[in-house]
Structure formats: C-alpha cells, structure tokens
Write a protein that binds this ligand. Structure first.
Ligand code: NAD
Ligand code: GLY
Length: 373
C-alpha cells in the first residue's frame, strides 16, 4: 500500500492517496472503508473514453454493481441541466442511501458529481478520483462541491467531504500539456504559501531537466524516474491542501491562504474574451501581480517576485497580463470576490517563500500601479 495522507475534519476523516497506479487499489480501498453499495460512476466524455470502461470493469470483477454516466467535457457541465441529468439517472435507477458516487475526472466532474452526491437523498457518499493535476492538488480535497449560476461561477454548492480521495498520476499521461501546466500553478502556489522545500525541489528538478530555458516538457510515462519524482512533488503539494482544510474545513480562517493568486486571477480569468485562459494560467498571472503588490508594500524581498516568475516559466506558465485588459475592470471584479469582507478585499500576500500574510489594507493605488505597469 502507498503511504497515505489523511484529512481530518469535524465532518469526518478520510484518506488521500497519491500514487502512480493508485486506481488499481480502488476495489480494495472501497472494501476497507465498508463502502459496498451500488457505485454511481460519473466521468466526462474524454475521461470516460480513456479510463471509464476499464475502471468499471475492474470494479465489476471485484463484485461491485456499477452504473456509469458521462457528462460533456468542459466547464459548461457544472450546470443545473447536467445536475438534473445525474438526479434523473440515479433516482430513476433506484439509488439508495448506502450507495457511493465515484467522481472520475477533473474539477468539473468532481464539483458536479460531488454536489449531486451531497444533495441526492439528502446526501450519499462520494469518492473523488481526480484525473487532472488541478483536481489532484486542489479540487478533489476539501469537500467544496457545486455548480455555476448564470450570474457567476460556483455560486450554488455545499461542503461535502469525500470518503476517499485517490489520485492516480498515471492518468496525467493523457492530460493535454496545457492543462498539466495550468495544474503546476497550483502546485507552485502551495510551495509559496506553505512549503519552501517543495518550491526548492520544483526549482531543482526544473534546473536538472533544463526546463528553466525551455519550459516543462510534459508528462513522460516512459520515464519512470521522472514520473516518480513528479508524483512525489504532487503528493507534497496535496499534503499542503490536506493540512489546511483539516485545520479550517469551512473557510472560517486559514483556508483563505489557498486563495493566493486568485483575487487578481479570478478577475483576469473572467475578463479575457471567451474564457481564453485556463484557471491555472490566470492564477499564475495573479500570483505574479500579488507578489509584486507584496514587494511594493515592503512585505517581501523583491527577489521573491523574480524567483517565482522563473519557476512559473519553467513549468510552462506566463505571468504577462493579457493585452488590453483594463486594470480598473480587474479591480472592480476583484472587489466582488467571494473573499471580500465588509467591502474590503482580503489579499493573501507572500512574505517569503513558504509564508503568506492576509491583509485588507492594500492601497488601490498600489494595485493600479502593479496592474498598469
Ligand atoms: P476539467 O475538469 O474541465 O478538466 C480539464 C479538461 O481535461 C477536460 O476537457 C477534461 O475532459 C480533460 N481531462 C481530464 N482528465 C483527463 C485525463 N487524465 N486525460 C485526458 N483528458 C483529461 O478542469 P479542471 O481544471 O480539472 O477543473 C476546473 C474546475 O475545478 C472548475 O470548475 C473549478 O471551479 C473547479 N475547482 C474546484 C475546486 C474545489 O475546491 N472544489 C478547487 C479548484 C477548482
Ligand atoms: N480551492 C480553494 C479551497 O478549496 O478552499
């Protein structure tokens, strides 16, 4: 068995497994947790084609009854329509309280299927099986589930902690490189907010592999040494999320540090035409802007900004604000961020690699100067 991490919250404790080949353990893990009802496997079209049938077959061979439903790939599936499709499928096929939803996919499937599990029959168990890097290090851990509303992202949802998170890094071999790089933004974010050692190891690996000049070359399933090292780095980044949500399940305090890069990042993501940036790509831009704000306020050494920029570039991420983006529009949108309290933005700002502080006194002139120049 792989060494495991574990979330412990008031709503319960659950193991978080990160390893290459972890999905092979799923039948045994479900058994060990006493999860023996019907398994309602939800995935999106791309993930279903690559992994859905094989996983369903493995579970059936192990004696489980499996139902499989596929939603279209993409953010648009975090919708009332797809949620209702899942309810119709589960209720129409006799879902029971002891059954389990298996969310196999990226953050879209995790959020949608997690919310269906949180609400059908007033809540049944969910197991998160993330297949994107972003979902492994962020979305699958911590119990946030939900769908989008026409007026904004993630506005309908519930906290519903999974019974198990099992991240098989072998699945990253088929993830498009751009999606993979977007996930590295969250890994690097976890280094900046909490784990200087993780940040330094990411730097070392990039230097050894020459990515500092060329940018991350992609997942290489033919290179077991690299797969092992990347898997260990991902596990370390997941450990940061595990630790933070274990201490602050409902985002009453410390969990806000996971929002580093997101105040500017969310606004940039929403303002670019046709959602042309992936979430992680926007977060990288946000991390750079927010580090510059910290440096301008004298909270961190300006060298941190450059060190972070170089690491983001090594993992394939640009920090340049898209051309023609109006800084005022970014500011206005940031003010509507869910992390605003009493009309003041609560900024997560780095003080050193591995450490952040939360401030609500960032002058608007500083933000304008950073966004404008
Ligand atoms: P996603 O789920 O849309 O996946 C990205 C793309 O990759 C999709 O086209 C998908 O089909 C494809 N894909 C997934 N795994 C694959 C694989 N192994 N091989 C080939 N293709 C694969 O996007 P995402 O970036 O994983 O997640 C974004 C969502 O996560 C957003 O909706 C965001 O709001 C949510 N999120 C939630 C939390 C949380 O705490 N609940 C945290 C962060 C983000
Ligand atoms: N993605 C931020 C959080 O889970 O709190």
């Amino acid at each position: 068995m792989t060494p495991e991490l574990g979330v412990t919250t008031a709503s319960g404790a659950y193991p978080v497994i990160v390893s290459a080949g972890a999905l092979e353990q799923l039948p045994e893990r479900l058994g060990a947790l006493g999860l023996r009802g019907v398994l309602w496997l939800v995935s999106d079209a791309a993930v279903a084609a690559a992994y859905g049938a094989a996983l369903a077959a493995r579970l059936s061979q192990a004696g489980y009854q499996v139902q499989h439903c596929t939603v279209p790939s993409g953010e648009a599936s975090k919708s009332q329509e797809q949620l209702w499709r899942l309810y119709d499928w589960m209720i129409g096929n006799g879902v029971e309280r002891r059954d389990v939803v298996l969310a196999l996919g990226g953050g879209v499937v995790g959020d949608l299927a997690g919310y269906a599990a949180a609400t059908v029959l007033r809540g049944i168990a969910v197991v998160q099986l993330p297949t994107t890097l972003l979902a492994m290090v962020d979305a699958a851990v911590g119990g946030k589930t939900g769908i989008n509303h026409p007026l904004g992202k993630n506005l309908i949802g519930a906290f519903h902690q999974p019974r198990l998170v099992l991240a098989d890094t072998h699945t990253l071999a088929t993830l498009p490189r751009r999606e993979l790089c977007a996930g590295w933004a969250e890994v690097i974010k976890h280094g900046v907010i909490r784990e200087a050692g993780l940040f330094a190891e990411l730097e070392q690996l990039a230097a050894q592999r020459g990515w500092t000049e060329t940018g991350f070359s992609g997942w290489n399933a033919e290179d077991p040494e690299l797969t092992g090292r990347l898997t260990a780095l991902i596990r370390r980044a997941v450990a940061v999320k595990v630790e933070v949500v274990s201490r602050d399940e409902r985002e009453q305090g410390e969990r806000i540090i996971l929002n580093y890069g997101h105040t500017i990042g969310h606004a940039v993501e929403a303002l670019v035409d046709d959602w042309a940036l992936l979430h992680g790509e926007a977060v990288a831009i946000g991390m750079h802007a927010e580090a510059r704000i910290a440096a301008a306020m004298g909270l961190c050494d300006p060298a941190l900004v450059e060190r972070q920029r170089r690491l983001l570039a090594a993992y394939g991420l640009s920090v340049t604000l898209p051309a023609n983006l109006d800084p005022e529009a970014v500011l206005t949108l940031a003010l509507r961020d869910k992390k605003v309290r009493a009309g003041r933005i609560r900024w997560v700002l780095p003080t050193a690699v591995g450490n952040v502080t939360v401030r609500d006194d960032v002058p608007e002139t500083t933000v304008r100067a950073v966004l404008g120049g």
